[in-house]
Design a protein around this ligand. Structure first.
Ligand code: HGY
Ligand code: MN
Ligand code: MN
Ligand code: MN
Length: 413
């Protein structure tokens, strides 16, 4: 094959380095259905078709690139499709590996399997899930949640981004039919296993001096949108006693989230996004929006933290004459990956340690419905959701070989 990227995930990743570069924030900003992500979708489609894969995009915006198989006579049995893949959308100012590494490694693994002369007895699909980060429409892993039927399609169609564009409008602008947004039980019933390769978001593999790990569990995590309404006014003409300043209440929310999170061993609580309206230096804000991201192995601990912080926020709002609304955008309990599939992957990759992760993934959403596993590739910085996220080219290649080994086992037995 004349492709310059044949069996080479590093070369595939290098090809997209120029897409979605965020000159303001640094790193990459590739929101779902944005020009940048659409360019990445076109790149994936071209690279998949070049490999003879049949590409389709479903109503939820999930891309499926099929390596059909000469199914044996008893192909009537269900549950025999193997799926691998990840996502191409990013957080604002993210790295080039979170998502694309899994997609590029899947394409390269197909090349490796072909080089090995592997003839699959069941189909393989390389999948690209939209809105895994939830950066544009607020709900993480939105594509896999739609596929799994765990979010309401009408609610999703009505989700709006910061510019007021609905998911329905954005998906139709991307050439999709919003009427097709929703669960796909028949497609799910056909899937025997889903394996997602992902750059490690942490330093577990660095500390263990290993290139590749298997995922054990994803800790519980949720997102809450907090909106605080006050009364806008002049910064100089308004006496302190006459103020209803929502920023003061937001400060209390942020402080108490840190305090409550620190009080629970190994809990993680973050406010990474705050929107002050109207946002003038000499203007007392009329409202503040902030989003809380809270995670812990015990889902009940996550909820307890959020409940306490919400109560503290209500108290601060009362004292300041402000009102508060809190909306839960998503919550995922701790997911332990399917033990029998993990044992099967471990038999193929005996040297791979099993690591838990604090990062959410589409694999975590689908794990409730189909046998799902994950491979992690070493990230020397351990950092993610930042341009510092990286993976050494040797480890990227080791990840491709490991994924090919795992897929060969799943596709031929
Ligand atoms: O937020 C996460 O854990 C994932 O990177 N979407
Ligand atoms: Mn990811
Ligand atoms: Mn991510
Ligand atoms: Mn993921």
């Amino acid at each position: 094959m004349g492709s310059t990227t044949y069996a080479d995930a590093n070369a595939l990743l290098a090809e997209i380095l120029g897409i979605g570069v965020d000159t303001e924030r640094g790193g990459y900003s590739r929101p779902v259905f944005s020009p940048a992500e659409m360019e990445l979708r076109a790149w994936f489609k071209a690279r998949a078709e070049e490999r003879g894969l049949t590409v389709e995009t479903d109503g939820n915006g999930i891309i499926w690139a099929w390596w059909e198989a000469e199914r044996p006579q008893d192909a009537g049995r269900r549950r025999d499709v193997i799926v691998t893949g990840s996502h191409l959308d990013s957080v604002p100012g993210g790295g080039n590996f979170d998502g694309p590494l899994g997609v590029a490694s899947a394409l390269a693994a197909v090349d490796v399997l072909r080089d090995r002369g592997v003839t699959p007895v069941r189909p393989l699909a390389v999948a690209v899930f939209p809105e895994e980060e939830g950066s544009r429409f607020g709900i993480a892993c939105l594509g896999s949640r739609l596929l799994a039927g765990v979010v309401d399609p009408d609610q999703v169609r009505a989700l709006v981004d910061d510019a007021g564009h609905s998911f329905a409008d954005a998906s139709s602008a991307a050439g999709l039919d919003p009427a097709l947004i929703g669960p796909d039980p028949a497609r799910l019933a056909d899937i025997a296993a889903f394996v997602e390769l992902h750059v490690e978001q942490g330093r577990g593999l660095v500390d263990l001096a290993q290139p590749v790990a298997l995922a054990g569990a994803i800790i519980a995590h949720g997102r809450w949108h907090v909106r605080i309404e006050g009364r806008g006014d002049h910064a100089g003409a308004t006496r302190m006693a006459d103020r209803q300043d929502p920023v003061v209440v937001a400060a209390e929310t942020i402080r108490s989230l840190r305090e409550q999170t620190l009080a629970v061993d190994d809990a993680r609580g973050t406010v990474g996004r705050v929107k002050v309206t109207p946002g003038g230096t000499n203007v007392i804000a009329s409202s503040v929006d902030l989003w809380m991201d809270v995670r812990h192995r015990d889902g009940n601990a996550v909820r307890r933290i959020v409940d306490v912080v919400t109560t503290m926020t209500d108290k601060a709002a009362d004292a300041e004459g402000c009102s508060v609304t809190v909306v839960e955008q998503s919550f995922s309990p701790t997911v332990e990956f399917d033990a029998s599939l993990r044992d099967r992957l471990q038999a193929v990759l005996p040297a791979a340690p099993v690591l838990d992760t604090g990062a959410g993934h589409d694999a975590g959403v689908l794990a409730d419905i189909i046998p799902t596993g994950m491979l992690f590739v070493r990230n020397p910085t351990g950092a993610s959701h930042t341009p510092a996220e990286t993976a050494e080219s040797d480890d990227v290649s080791a990840g491709v070989e490991a994924l090919a080994d795992v897929l060969q086992d799943l596709l031929t037995r």
